[in-house]
Write a protein that binds this ligand. Structure first.
Ligand code: TRP
Length: 333
């Protein structure tokens, strides 16, 4: 066993990731890979809480794996796999359901939001979603979970479940901590810069995806909402649009806010928006190149998924067997 701390994270396969996913999460994950033992999962089982076209889910799952790698996550250094390939996730999830209270799940903000949004399909999976997430994390004796603000409550619940279980049966699970990266930009919507950039936004001008072609990227930045002051200056409160564009520009070019303010002193927003668009196009170019390459080498991609699942399964089953034994299930003869 290595001494390095273990990180687990996952994303749902729901199409192309956004620039926000990339600059806010994936780019940082790629920087963690030398320091930590990292496991990155395509959480395809989580995606079932919303009705999906089977062919679409299948395509999106491999596509997400390719996007992980294209963003710099090295399959040689990290474990990359699809959640449904390791049955221990579903199995532990059932067990943990029996150690989680209805009241706890009913308090989850995301459940309340999602059930309000999908009134016609408030299924039990939507309700127990955080338990499956707890299983994902606890199976691997995870030390750290990089999470955005919207997942913090779920991680808290995973910690509560782990502590409750350990309290009854002894130390079975490592209690995971949230990992809030020091860097890592919070990228906002281009149309409504006070809310997070999200691919579920109805207005597709509000977000950039990793797979957007250059002309779409430029067009969306040209249409980005700003203000009427006409000065490129960082002021999140009064100038959320411009500040967001500065954050994006800074993330992709490495320039500081001071440098950006100087660069665009006396220039109009049109020039600035175009510069941001062009810088993003440049940043996405190698990602898209690598992505296209991966998507046309299916065998390579499926081999990564196969190897990843094999390693993940070995680790997960160790925890699962311990759990089964502790709670009194008869070992399979
Ligand atoms: N629920 C997370 C989201 O929607 C995805 C996820 C599933 C996850 N399992 C996880 C994230 C485990 C971190 C760790 O973003």
């Amino acid at each position: 066993m290595s001494e390095r701390k273990r990180i687990f994270s996952g994303m749902q396969p729901t199409g192309a990731l956004t620039l926000g996913n990339y600059l806010g999460a994936l780019k940082n994950w790629a920087q963690l890979q030398d320091e930590y033992d990292s496991i990155f999962c395509v959480v395809d089982l989580h995606a079932l809480t919303i009705r999906r076209e089977p062919a679409r889910l299948r395509a999106d799952s491999l596509s997400l794996l390719a996007q992980y790698i294209a963003c710099g996550i090295d399959p040689e250094k990290n474990i990359l796999f699809l959640q449904s390939h390791v049955s221990a996730h579903a199995e532990l999830s059932w067990i943990l359901n029996c150690y989680t209270y209805m009241g706890e799940l009913g308090r989850m903000t995301q459940f309340k939001e999602k059930s309000a949004r999908h009134q016609d399909n408030i299924n039990a999976g939507l309700f127990t979603y955080p338990v499956l997430m707890a299983a994902d994390i606890l199976l691997y004796q995870t030390d750290l979970v990089p999470v955005g603000g919207d997942q913090k409550q779920h991680l808290e619940l995973a910690r509560d479940i782990a502590e409750r279980f350990n309290g009854i049966y002894g130390d079975v699970f490592k209690v995971p901590e949230p990992y809030i990266p020091k860097v890592g930009a919070r990228i906002m919507s281009l149309q409504e810069p006070t809310s997070k950039m999200s691919k579920s936004d109805e207005n597709e001008n509000a977000y950039i995806t990793l797979l957007d072609p250059p002309d779409a990227v430029i067009r969306k930045f040209k249409r980005a909402v700003t203000d009427s002051e006409a000065s490129v200056r960082f002021d999140q409160e009064n100038k959320p649009g411009i500040s967001n564009l500065m954050t994006i520009y800074s993330s992709v070019t490495g320039k500081t806010y001071d440098e950006i303010e100087r660069e665009f002193e006396g220039k109009g927003y049109g020039d600035f928006k175009l510069a941001v668009g062009e810088a993003v196009v440049e940043a996405l170019k190698p990602v898209q190149g690598r992505y296209n390459e991966l998507m046309s080498s299916r065998d390579y991609l499926t081999e990564i998924a196969r190897k990843g699942a094999e390693t993940a399964e070995y680790l997960a089953n160790k925890t699962l067997r311990k759990v089964y034994k502790k709670i009194g299930l008869v070992p399979r003869p």
